[in-house]
Design a protein. Sequence first.
Lengths: 137, 137, 115, 115
Amino acid sequence: MTEETVELKLPSRIESIGEAAAAVADAARRLGFAEDALFGIDLAVREAVTNAVLHGNRQDETVPVEVGVAGTDAGMTVTVRDRGTGFDPSHLPDPTAEENILKASGRGILFMRTFMDEVGWEHPPGGGTLVRMIKKK
Amino acid sequence: MTEETVELKLPSRIESIGEAAAAVADAARRLGFAEDALFGIDLAVREAVTNAVLHGNRQDETVPVEVGVAGTDAGMTVTVRDRGTGFDPSHLPDPTAEENILKASGRGILFMRTFMDEVGWEHPPGGGTLVRMIKKK
Amino acid sequence: MAELNIRERQAGDVTILDLEGKITIGEGNVALRSAVRKLVSEGKKKVLLNLSGVSYMDSSGIGELVSSHTTISREQGQLKMLGLGEKIRELLVITKLLTVFDTYPTEAEALNSFK
Amino acid sequence: MAELNIRERQAGDVTILDLEGKITIGEGNVALRSAVRKLVSEGKKKVLLNLSGVSYMDSSGIGELVSSHTTISREQGQLKMLGLGEKIRELLVITKLLTVFDTYPTEAEALNSFK
Ligand SMILES: Nc1ncnc2c1ncn2[C@@H]1O[C@H](COP(=O)(O)OP(=O)(O)O)[C@@H](O)[C@H]1O
Ligand SMILES: Nc1ncnc2c1ncn2[C@@H]1O[C@H](COP(=O)(O)OP(=O)(O)O)[C@@H](O)[C@H]1O
């Protein structure tokens, strides 16, 4: 029956990235994820919140980034929601392709997909982009 | 704007007491409470969850104890809800009175009241007892 | 790992229990109760609880100290305590038990006090 | 405390930057960028990044390594790296940058490789 949810509402600024990652890492530790998984979860959350703060909400501090964690004995789901206009995740350049390898950005979603078991984007009612990431135990 | 909520749904057993305390302590630490306050918060949560598990739900593991944390920059509110029939908190014996001092129990609420700034009991719709504790920063 | 580890030592006719860990509901308070019951059943009635390794206690732990005190007093024995940390002392002040219990800062003083 | 501490040392014509902390968005990547810009503006073009004190990096930190590499190559300089921990190495494997960057296990080997 054990269920746990954490919800954060944070201003869209760089400092919020570390705050969100710390809260999710605490929850993941309590849920019993191994150190190795914690590294990946922490990184994926940082990347998702970075995208929400920078691309979604363009660092408008009056607009919130909402982070949700739902944990069970089987694993955890992390959602990060911004109020931006979204993007098309099926048309992203591959950062490991030769023509992109020397670009300074574009690797965040690669890390999210590598370290989490499932990553998907949704457009929730009320607007904005919500990325949902699942990590199994 | 920073707001944080944590919600736990735990089976009514002794092990849940430590799990709840750990989750609340993690949140309190993130909210920036000092070590000294953390000790008191941890103890108050243990006492409240102990009462919910033992007195409220009588260790019926199929009945949940629900723990909520709402944190802001100003402090945190912790709620613990059981599904029991409740009690009258205005008619509790004083555990420090001479006739009670050698009793083996009856000190939990004293600790909750000592270490938290506000403690109150409610009867939420749907039944059971909800204790709400506030700790300011 | 057990929540509370208990080691038993003898100093003359005084039995010292060195407690290490937490005395909280569930494991910790049950372990203390069994240890004290065992001593009483063996006729060991001069008991010194060394709490210097106890980092944490809840109200059920405090209750267990009270029960231990009562159990041993009832047998005309003596229960004394040693090495209370700042936090445990605070809990005994709040509950007004600090004056009920016999507490000592050092083992030598505690042992000396048994007659 | 700064997220990333950077200390500069000279070994012959090679400038070594000892990095300690995290290279993440905000403080960490900005600190690295300024340090590399400063070296280039001083004409120091043989640069060795000692990453052995770097425990954590995000995609913006990785991006900063790429930018540093590009900036220095553009000036006909050389950027090399030393002391990649297991996790940082894993991120460079995932991004396929491990073969782009010149990395060495020891400082001696790294220094030797500059011509
Ligand atoms: N929440 C978001 N809202 C709008 N655009 C986004 C969002 N997340 C990602 N993107 C788009 O996807 C691109 C790739 O993201 P990512 O792989 O994290 O790399 P980076 O953020 O370094 O560009 C971003 O540059 C941005 O255009
Ligand atoms: N959630 C609850 N539901 C029902 N009764 C409760 C609840 N919390 C406290 N009580 C009552 O209040 C009494 C005092 O509680 P407390 O001070 O925590 O001491 P203890 O639990 O050791 O008895 C309990 O014995 C119980 O009768």
